[in-house]
Every structure is written in C-alpha cells, then in structure tokens.
Write a protein that binds this ligand. Structure first.
Ligand code: F6P
Length: 367
C-alpha cells in the first residue's frame, strides 16, 4: 500500500526539528522494513508550516514547487546536524477567528492527496493539529519548543540545546562580571513556564533564578544581592525568564503586540529589574537578553537523539493508524499520548517541588 504523508514544522523554530525530519524520512524509507510494514511512503515536506498548506495551489506545478518538496533520504541526508528548520516555519493560526483559513487548508490537504500529516509543533500548533484531527485529518504530533511547556511529555525538542546555550553564555558573562565586580541580569525565554531559567540556572550555577510561576519581590532580590556582596562575592548572576514578573505587576510586553494565537510577545523584564536594582543600590548592573540566540545553532547530541526517536516513532504511529496523538517521552520511554490530553494544560514548574521561594533558586533536595 502506498501512503502519501505531509510533514511540516509550525510556530517557533528550534534545534532538533531537522533531526526529527531526517529520521522520519530515513525510517519511512527503510528498505528492510517496507515488506514488514506493507507500506511504501511518499513524503512531502510542506514549506513554511501552515502558510505552505494555505498558499499552495495543488493543481499548479510552480506553486507545488514553491510550497512543497519531495523528501528522500538523499535530500535530508545531512539535515540532522543543523539547527532551525530546513522546511521553514511561520507563526500562523489557520483557525484565527479574525482570519480563518482552515477551510482552504483542509481542502488543500485533500487535494494534495495526503493520507496523513506530521506536525512538529508546540502547544498552539499541536492545538491546530488536534482541530484538524477533529476534521478527519490523520495527524501525528511531534513535540518541540525550547520552553518545554507541553504536558504529557517529559521532553520537547530544542530544550536541551537552549539550556546549553544559556549555560555557555553565562560562563562567558561570569568572566567579565568578575573582572568588573558587576551584577548581570540575564533574561531567558520562557513565556509561561520557567523551565529554561530553572534548568539553565541550575546548569550554570546562576545565583538568583526568577520564573513566571512565582512572582518575585524586587526588595528581596536586592537583599539577596547585598548579602552576596557582603560575603565577599565579586559578582552575581540573576537569570530571569521573560515571563517572570514582580509581585503586583503584569508581564513586560514587547511593542510587537500579539502573535496569531493571541499571545503577547514578551521581553524586557531583565532591563526593568536592572534599573530597579541600580535605583536601590550602589551596585553596578548590566542586562543581557539572550532572546533568539537560545534557539540558534546546532542541536546538542541529546536533541539529535530525541529528534531521531520522535521521528522514527512518528512513522510507527502512521503504520499503526495511531492518529490524533503525539509522540512523547515518559519516564525515559518513547510513548504516544492523545493530543487532546496533552493540550489540557501547560506544563509549568511545580513551585512547591522545584523552587525555593525564599532565596529564588531551585529547590535541590531528594523528593
Ligand atoms: O514559544 C517559543 C518561544 O521561543 C518563546 O520562548 C518566545 O517567547 C517566543 O517563542 C518568541 O517568538 P518569536 O520567535 O516569534 O519572536
């Protein structure tokens, strides 16, 4: 039996996506497995995520060449070692109530003859995948987001690479912070979930970690910094999530407004905090926002490996008619979970379990 499968990445890019695509294609085309599976795969990469599926004119060759590409092992051979997404991506919500494009998208999926669609996405875009599933499209989800805020999986592609970038950048900042006896406020991504700051802070040994799940008190941050200075520490590193907020305040938003899913773009809380500390102390403070640097560069070994595992599992899911579900890592094992369940709530840091609300750092203890 021949199956035609579309694969796309949607929402923010991150390292590990290309690895998932590479291994999806390699596993689908594995000659040894074809007789066992009884399936011959024809894989179509969709360019720029949902945009490609909306814009494509399936009866026009030029348009097909622009918005789709046939994926073979020869084509994706080296993709696994590169960051970003070779298929491109966009932040478009096809179900946006103000600009609904879902009808045309579903029509195009059918006109392209896709028997299944693999969606590599985070919470919002797997949400789109789930809505398509409810419209009788055979979807399979692969979780990716550096925020690691998707439920029902212990891992989302991109997270480990981002934590490594945070760690290496903080290592660099320590050197100059120490030379000048300065405080560095480092702002990480992480809109609602503080995993990046928490785990990046643990890995790098940041002295203060501020996360969206627990509103901080500026005076307490100042107090902790003064205590360190009194104890003879030349410098301090404060790692703050972009979504963290001082008690009684809203998140600090960027001027760009909202994305297609109605979320404000965040950024700047680190700068705000730096100024507040300088106002209250004589300490010299500098602010660095890591922003999209955290999503750049090559995937770490772990992201390549997880991309591999997730990509191969997605082929198995198609073979087993396991649709409307997402690949997941659960307690070290690859599993599949219903998208519906994964989308019930965001995976946020459990403050009671993992965060020290007094000293603003991770709670390191045996549970
Ligand atoms: O959702 C992942 C993420 O990296 C967030 O941490 C961040 O707030 C957002 O994407 C940035 O989005 P963009 O790349 O569209 O600026």
């Amino acid at each position: 039996m021949k199956v035609k499968v579309g694969i796309l990445s949607a929402g923010a890019d991150c390292p590990g996506i290309n690895s998932a695509i590479h291994w999806f294609v390699y596993s689908a085309m594995d000659r040894d497995l074809i007789p066992e599976r009884g399936m011959i795969f024809d894989i179509i990469g969709i360019i720029d995520g949902w945009k490609g599926l909306i814009e494509v004119k399936p009866d026009k060759k030029d348009s097909l060449n622009k918005w789709t590409m046939k994926l073979t092992p020869e084509i994706v051979r080296t993709w696994d070692r590169y960051g970003g997404t070779r298929l491109g991506t966009t932040r478009i919500n096809p179900f946006d109530p103000k600009n609904d494009k879902s009808d045309i998208l579903i029509k195009n999926i059918k006109a392209l003859g896709l028997d299944a669609l693999v969606v590599i996405g985070g919470f919002d875009n797997l949400g789109v995948a789930y809505r398509l599933y409810r419209e009788n499209i055979n979807v399979v989800g692969i979780p990716k987001t550096i925020d690691k805020d998707l439920s029902e999986t212990d891992y989302t592609l991109g997270f480990d690479s981002a934590v490594n970038i945070i760690t290496k950048d903080i290592d660099r900042l320590r050197i100059t912070a120490g030379s000048h006896s300065r405080i560095f406020i480092v702002e990480s991504m992480g809109r609602k979930a503080g995993w990046l700051a928490l785990e990046g802070g643990e890995a790098s040994g940041a002295n203060i970690i501020l996360i969206p799940e627990h509103d901080f008190v500026i005076e307490r941050v100042v107090e902790l910094l003064k205590v360190r200075r009194k104890a003879g520490e030349r410098y301090s590193i404060v790692l703050i999530s972009e979504g963290a907020k001082p008690r009684g305040m809203e998140e600090i938003k960027e001027r760009r407004g909202k994305d297609g899913f109605g979320h404000y773009y965040l950024g700047g809380v680190g700068g705000f905090l730096a100024e507040e500390i300088e106002k209250r102390t004589r300490l010299e403070v500098r602010y660095v926002a890591l922003r999209h640097l955290q999503r750049g560069g090559a995937p770490t070994a772990y992201d390549r490996r997880m991309g591999r595992k997730f990509g191969i599992a997605a082929v198995d899911m198609i073979v087993n008619d396991d649709f409307g579900r997402m690949v997941s890592l659960k307690q070290g094992e690859i599993a599949t979970v219903p998208l519906k369940k994964a989308l019930e709530k965001l995976n946020l840091v459990d403050v009671e379990k993992y965060y020290n609300t007094k000293n603003y750092k991770s709670l390191d203890r045996i549970l």
